[in-house]
Write a new protein. Structure first.
Length: 319
């Protein structure tokens, strides 16, 4: 509770102490821990909420204060994939925002624009990759996904099993647009060096079995870009239609490095995922982040230390 104060003094304190003008309460950004441990090459989840209702909608964003840039918050996206049956399967992918920011932003834009909804997986090569993001079916005609500007290559991470990478044109390292693929195996010896190296910009954290199941489906050759088209419930020698395709029912951003709170959801824990990128320096990295709201929003910031630990911390994704 606040004691009464002169109006001019109280107005000054609003900006200094983080008071919500609507409620007269101090609004503190709360976290479930102030020291988060994450194993090198893995992910950990920080839970965040507010102590009281803000005056309106506010966004909480992490900013690096000091320490290693190998520790960073990341985006998590979800692909809802339909490969036959009565339901879709989810594949969740954590993206390497801190190392491949252009590729991450590119994928997120296609997702938020809805460009991947209703596309299909058009290429499957057993033991190698499955590929999508390029084609839709409209009025029984195949249409290309409208391409945004090409993205500069960012070959900083290896094309290991379970990673997502950008497809591109042969002989042009900076030609990636909408098409992505999942690595079914360790393809580092090939894809890390071919065509300037393929940009692996995230990895599957849930639903790898769904990707493997798609890779196990038979394929047909329809020519062009569909020489290795995965199909299900298909009779060999028959025609292929939409009922036989592996659909991306939807693609969505599941978790973002920036969290949005309102007066209605301020007390609900939201999740912020941090990643410890692998390196060869042999040292345990650490970084300090400040979680804060926009200037004038009246939120008292919270500081969290991210430590590269020696134990795996399981990622928990709601939804």
């Amino acid at each position: 509770m606040l004691t009464r104060a002169h109006p001019f003094i109280l107005a000054a304190l609003v900006g200094l102490l983080g008071l919500a003008a609507a409620s007269g309460q101090t609004v503190q950004i709360q976290t479930d821990t102030t020291a988060l441990s994450v194993q090198e090459g893995s992910f950990a989840t920080l839970r965040v909420r507010l102590s009281a209702a803000p005056a309106g909608t506010v966004t909480v964003t992490p900013a690096l204060l000091s320490g290693s840039t190998e520790l960073y918050p990341c985006t998590v996206v979800r692909f809802a994939l339909w490969k036959g049956g009565d339901y879709v399967d989810f594949t969740d992918v954590a993206l390497y925002d801190g190392q491949t920011p252009l590729s991450v932003a590119n994928l997120v834009k296609y997702i938020t624009d809805g460009d991947y909804n209703g596309t299909f997986v058009h290429r499957s090569m057993s033991g190698f990759i499955i590929q999508g993001g390029g084609y839709k079916l409209a009025n029984n005609a195949i249409e290309s996904v409208p391409a945004d500007a090409a993205v500069p290559n960012e070959p900083k991470r290896s094309n290991l099993r379970g990673t997502i990478a950008m497809a591109k044109l042969g002989g042009n390292p900076d030609s990636a647009t909408s098409e992505w693929f999942f690595n079914l195996a360790d393809n580092t010896a090939n894809l890390d060096f071919q065509n300037g190296g393929f940009t692996a910009f995230g990895e599957i954290i849930a639903g790898l079995d769904t990707v493997d199941a798609i890779a196990a489906l038979p394929t047909v050759n329809l020519g062009g870009a569909l020489t290795d088209l995965p199909v299900h419930d298909y009779t060999e020698g028959g025609g292929v239609n939409g009922d036989h395709l592996v659909w991306v029912d939807s693609a969505s951003v599941l978790l973002s490095p920036s969290l949005t709170f309102t007066p209605a959801n301020y007390s609900t824990w939201q999740e912020m995922v941090f990643h410890a990128a692998p390196d060869d320096d042999g040292a345990a990295d650490t970084a300090r982040f400040q979680l804060s709201g926009p200037s004038g929003a009246g939120l008292a910031a919270q500081t969290v230390t991210i430590n590269e630990g020696d134990r795996a911390v399981g990622i928990v994704v709601n939804g």
